[in-house]
Design a protein around this ligand. Structure first.
Ligand code: B12
Length: 134
């Protein structure tokens, strides 16, 4: 399966991005890593071009809250209904509770939301989700 990944917005925290790339490859995914400082539209373009199955976005400085609001419109416009949208990292600027953050990102159009969740736990849940879909 093909995954487009990267860090959204003007976020330069790169360490998690490298780990995500390595971990996804170790689990057998084909990875298209857009790196840090990536705009939402670039994820969409890359997914269309590579015919990706999954878009996995990171946010570490919390900017995603602002950058991902238009996801549902882009998702509809580009007919990406079958692409699984995943986001994780620090999903707010400052402190926020899971029960506030998760529904907010789901309303943006994400299928799976991992606020301050360990990477391997999140990837296990992604594989579980993919297993149930097929
Ligand atoms: C190193 C660091 C920096 C370095 C980055 C160097 C680089 N090129 O990467 C520098 C000094 C440049 C930096 C800058 C800034 N930083 Co900084 N930084 C950190 C720090 C200390 C470590 C980040 C790191 O690499 N961790 C190691 C990796 C492996 O862990 P991780 O990033 O947490 O990722 C894990 C999980 O989040 C998860 N994960 C991540 N993505 C995803 C996705 C999915 C799907 C899943 C399941 C899991 C997942 O998996 C990873 C592995 O377990 C953290 C504090 C901390 N202790 O975490 C702050 C931190 C991330 N930074 C922060 C901030 C605010 C900034 C600045 C805005 C500071 C400033 N005022 O200038 C700038 C931002 C600049 C920008 N444009 O983005 C805040 C963000 C707070 C928030 N979200 O509310 C933090 C949390 C510090 C804090 N407690 O305030 N930073």
């Amino acid at each position: 399966m093909k995954v487009v990944t990267g860090v959204v917005g003007n976020d330069i925290h790169v360490v998690a991005n490298r780990l995500i790339d390595i971990s996804l490859q170790a689990r057998g995914f084909e990875v298209f890593n857009l790196g840090v400082n990536t705009h939402l539209e670039e994820f969409i373009d890359a997914a269309v071009e590579s015919d990706a199955d999954i878009i996995l976005i990171s946010s570490l400085n919390g900017e995603a809250e602002g950058w991902c609001r238009d996801l549902q419109f882009l998702r509809a416009e580009y007919a990406l209904k079958n692409v699984v949208f995943v986001i994780g990292g620090n999903l707010s600027v400052g402190e926020a509770k899971d029960e506030d953050i998760v529904p907010k990102y789901e309303s943006y159009g994400f299928d799976l939301v991992f606020h301050q969740v360990d990477l391997n736990t999140g990837l296990d849940k992604l594989e579980e989700f993919l297993g149930k879909r097929s």
